[in-house]
Structure formats: C-alpha cells, structure tokens
Design a protein around this ligand. Structure first.
Ligand code: GLN
Length: 304
C-alpha cells in the first residue's frame, strides 16, 4: 500500500475544510486557546519501520490525554496486575472530567483514560520515583529524540485545573491516592503539557501495534498480553463518551487529547497520529476524526 500517497490524499481532501472548521479549540486551558485551529497533520509508522506524513505532521502540539497511554504503560510495567487494584476498566459514558461517577463508585475511577483515572495512575507513578522524568525518558527512547514539556501549557493547566484538583481531592478522601495531592497533580499537569508532533507520536506508539516491543530497539516495552489490554482500553475508553461512535465509524483503538491529537493503532500493521486543534462537543478533534475515517475508508484497515 502506498501510504504516503494515501496521507497526501487525505490532507488534500481535508485541508479545504479548515476554512469552515466546526468546533472550538480547548478554551478552558488558556495556553491551548491560543493555538490556531487552521492546522491539520497526519503521520504513520508501519511495523516494518516505513514512515509517511502529510500536512502539519512535524508541528509539535500539546499531547494532553494521549499522555495517559504512556503513563499507563509505565504503571503496568512497574506494578503489573496490582495496577488495577484501584482503577477500573469500564467505559465511563461521561465527559472526561466528570465528577459524578466518582461519588457513587466510592472514589474508584472507571478507567485509566478519564482524568480521574489518569490522576490515580500518576499517583502510582509518584510512589515509584520521579514520574515525569521516567515518562519523558520513555518517550525519548520511543521516539529516538528528546521530548519536552511545554512549560507555559503546564502552568496554564495548573492555574485553571480546578476540576482536576477537585477530582484528586475527592479520590484522596476515599483513599484512592497514596501521595500528596499537589505532587500528584504536578505530574498530571506536566504530562498533559508534553509537546510532540504527529510524527513523534506515531513513532512512540509503535510498541502498541505488535507485541509490545520497542519500535526502534526491539526490546520489550510491554508484554504481548499487556499490549492487547492497552489496545482494548483505547478502543473502549480512549475517546471518552464518543468511544462507541469511534468504534462504529473507525474501528481502531484510539486515544485522543484536548490538544486536538488522536493516536490510533492498526494491530500488526501500523501506528498513526492525526492532529487538528478544533474539538467537537466530546473533546475529540473534529477534523482528526474525519481524517481517521478517511484513512480507514481508503485503506480498509480496521480491527473489524
Ligand atoms: N489536561 C486536560 C485536562 O486535564 C486533559 C484532558 C484531555 O485531553 N481530554 O483537562
């Protein structure tokens, strides 16, 4: 398959839609509100190491909730099954920053990809050592180049992270978090503020598309069984309360972020990242979703 030609076609088809972008860039984090919505990028990396990219694929953006896949990976590596003692594995069916389920489910987050779940994962990592440094080191190894936090976005997250602070305090009250709330949130805000391009995300996600092996070094990042589970969670929970619609229309394990990125896995074939900053009502990239739909339509690649 000529992936470069396919990505070029997708870019050609979608770029005119940037003039009529629907949806809005995330405005509740002021540093994200300043990003121009008129950008679209798409990149992939096959299991054989072939790469293809189009549009704004080399522009770094805030990976936001896509970081939750990588922090989960570190926590599974460190804790194995014990990772799941205080975090569920069911889709939430609610917005990513919802508080309501936490009350009725006694402080146990539904899954590691809603904010509450990712904050609980960050707590596990804080117990293990320097969580942010570990995460950046993992991403750096996966991409083959250094990866950094955008300090302005991290500060903006902290300044306006009222709901996340509420979620963390609520879980602390239920005994879900072991560590100091401020320390855990500091990790969470910084992981969300990591900046990467579509090309870097597509490369970093390579271990998820086969048997958990590092895309460049071939060493294990996760076991094959753990990799299948992360993919299952991405499919069922990776795009919040739009996960059903994503499975229906795209049929790939995906993880989105409010920076407008969506990473997707075609098991045994390739890892893919699309980015366009304007979001739909569910907090997923409006044009990114269309890009993924076009990719699946043009290639026939889907898990179903
Ligand atoms: N930093 C964002 C938040 O905590 C991440 C949410 C997202 O990308 N869905 O609200």
């Amino acid at each position: 398959m000529d992936f470069q030609a396919i990505l070029d076609e997708i870019d050609d088809e979608l770029r005119p839609r940037l003039d009529a972008v629907e949806g809005k860039v995330a405005s509740y984090i002021p540093a994200l509100a300043r990003v121009s919505p008129r950008q679209f990028g798409i990149a992939l990396r096959t299991c054989a190491g072939e790469t293809a990219a189009a549009g704004d694929a080399a522009v770094p953006f805030s990976i936001q909730s896509m970081s939750k896949v990588f922090s989960l990976t570190l926590a599974i590596r460190a804790l194995g099954e014990a990772m799941w003692d205080r975090i569920g594995r069911e889709p939430s069916g609610s917005p990513f920053n919802s508080l309501v389920q936490l009350e009725s489910e006694r402080g146990i987050p539904r899954n590691p990809f809603i904010n509450a779940g990712a904050i609980a994962v960050a707590d596990r990592l804080v117990s293990q050592g320097d969580a942010l440094a570990e995460l950046l080191a993992l991403l750096g190894r996966l991409c083959g180049e250094p990866i950094h936090v955008d300090a302005e976005v991290a500060q903006s997250e902290a300044d306006t992270g009222f709901r996340n602070t509420a979620l963390a305090n609520f879980m602390k009250g239920f005994g879900t978090l072991d560590n100091d709330v401020a320390e855990v949130l500091d990790v969470y805000f910084h992981q969300c503020a990591i900046a990467m391009s579509c090309e870097q995300v597509a490369s970093a996600a390579g271990y998820l598309c086969r048997d958990g092996r590092h895309p460049l070094a071939g060493t294990p990042v996760l076991s094959a069984a753990q990799t299948r589970r992360v993919n299952a969670l991405m499919l069922t929970c990776g795009t919040y309360d739009a996960a059903g619609e994503f499975a229906f229309r795209i049929g790939l394990p995906c993880k989105s972020g409010v920076g407008g990125g969506i990473m997707a896995i075609v098991p045994d074939r390739l890892s893919l990242c699309v980015w366009s900053p304007a979001l739909d009502a569910t907090g997923n990239s409006w044009l990114g979703r269309q890009g993924l739909e076009l990719f699946v339509t043009k290639t026939g690649l889907s898990v179903f």
